[in-house]
Design a binder for this molecule. Structure first.
Ligand SMILES: *Cc1c(COP(=O)(O)O)cnc(C)c1O
Length: 396
């Protein structure tokens, strides 16, 4: 069994804080502090430009990809790290569209808007008559047909935590000749993912949520083995070139998933991520999932028993949930602010969702029980009803 007290000890969490927002930004791994200091002082400071070779900076995108691969069930040498999730999604979608003559991109209305915006922008730039079709999440399977070229979905809904049946949808799509792109933003590090087994063509994800890489941490892209030597790179940056340091004027993509690199990697963030990933050594993802389900059920039962004004927004069936639990509440924003004032950090998503990320790496039953007790008191006594808690900050 995974010892979660060990993983908990690997994080810095401020005294008295209960952090239920690791689905948005994971907390600081203690080892990340030393990694950042080393990257700044020993590497940048002492080695300057020679650190690209001497400290292995140039290989970080590949090295980190190889470290993330087992966490998402990917084959070795299929994952590359860099840039932002929005950019990696753009690349994956452009690569997928280059592999089909069909014009329809199918997604769902629960997808994170940035994914849909990137698709809209790419369609406009390509100007080849592509269309983005979005349907209700429950209607995706029925909407698959031989006009759809690319199925682009986020496995877990950022608001409700509803989880698609990735294996089933990927199989249906493949049978119909549809290329699949899965966004694993709320999956990687949240529960076991089996990319290779499901036969997904492309996947993308970020490393600042359940992988705890820190604000602005780089994204990752997965390209299935059969595509990685052929995939269109879309954004032809010099570091995705076969011979970047020969500086030819014509672009020739590198072989393998290295071709998905664009430009200079964010080295300091990557060294931090490298340290953050050490926490996963010795973590069994099935254990993580069991713990996440148990904590989620505990939260749902506790809230339903003591807070009748909150209504579950997440699927009740654990197999259909990611690793978050959400509730509807009319004054969700004010309630969230009242909770934050007590050191209980969840978040709000418009219009009325209160969202709690469940990360067993650093959350246990005591934290869940304290959150339930606080929410019960705040709702019973209407403590959320203060004007200062109803003024929205720029980031909600
Ligand atoms: C968090 C998230 C993003 C954010 O994209 P960035 O480019 O990293 O800002 C995009 N898509 C989904 C599905 C997300 O959950």
């Amino acid at each position: 069994m995974t010892d979660f007290s060990k993983t908990r000890a690997g994080f810095y969490i401020p005294e008295g804080m209960i952090y239920l927002d690791g689905n948005s930004l994971g907390p600081l791994p203690i080892a990340a502090k030393q990694a950042a200091a080393r990257a700044l002082e020993q590497e940048w400071g002492e080695m300057l430009i020679t650190a690209w070779n001497r400290a292995g900076w140039i290989d970080l995108p590949r090295k980190l990809g190889d470290r993330i691969a087992p966490l998402i069930g990917a084959e070795p040498k299929t994952v590359q790290v860099g840039d932002t999730l929005s950019l990696k999604l753009y690349q994956a979608l452009g690569a997928a569209l280059a592999m089909t003559d069909r014009k329809v991109i199918l997604s769902d209305q629960g997808n994170f808007p940035s994914d849909l915006y990137m698709a809209q922008g790419l369609i406009q730039t390509m100007d080849q008559g592509h269309v983005l079709r979005t349907v209700a999440p429950e209607a995706v399977e029925a909407a698959l047909d031989d006009r759809v070229g690319v199925l682009m979905l986020t496995e877990v809904d950022y608001r409700t935590g509803r989880r698609h049946d990735m294996a089933r949808l990927t199989e249906r799509a493949r049978d119909l000749g549809i290329i699949t792109i899965w966004d694993l933003a709320h999956s990687a590090g949240a529960f076991p993912v089996h990319l290779a087994q499901t036969g997904a063509d492309f996947a993308v994800g970020c490393s600042y949520k359940y992988l705890n890489g820190g604000p602005g941490a780089p994204a990752f892209i997965y390209v299935a083995p059969q595509h990685r030597d052929h995939a269109h790179t879309v954004l032809n940056g010099w570091l995705g070139h076969a011979t970047p340091f020969a500086f030819p004027l014509e672009y020739t993509p590198a072989t393998g998933v290295d071709r998905m690199r664009i430009g200079t990697p964010a080295v300091v963030q990557m060294q931090i991520l490298d340290a953050a990933l050490d926490i996963w050594n010795g973590v069994n993802l099935e254990d993580l999932r069991s713990a996440s389900v148990a904590l989620s059920e505990r939260l749902i039962a506790g809230i339903e028993a003591s807070c009748p004004d909150l209504r579950l927004a997440s699927p009740r069936d654990a197999t259909m949930r990611g690793s978050q639990v959400s509730f509807h509440f009319g004054e969700a924003y004010a309630l969230c602010q009242a909770l934050i004032a007590r050191g209980i950090i969840g978040d709000f998503r418009a219009p009325d969702i209160l969202r709690f990320g469940i990360a067993p790496l650093y959350i246990g039953e005591a934290e869940i029980d304290a959150a339930i007790a606080a929410i019960a008191q705040i709702t019973q006594d209407r403590l959320w009803d203060r004007p200062e808690w109803k003024t929205r900050n720029a980031v909600t």
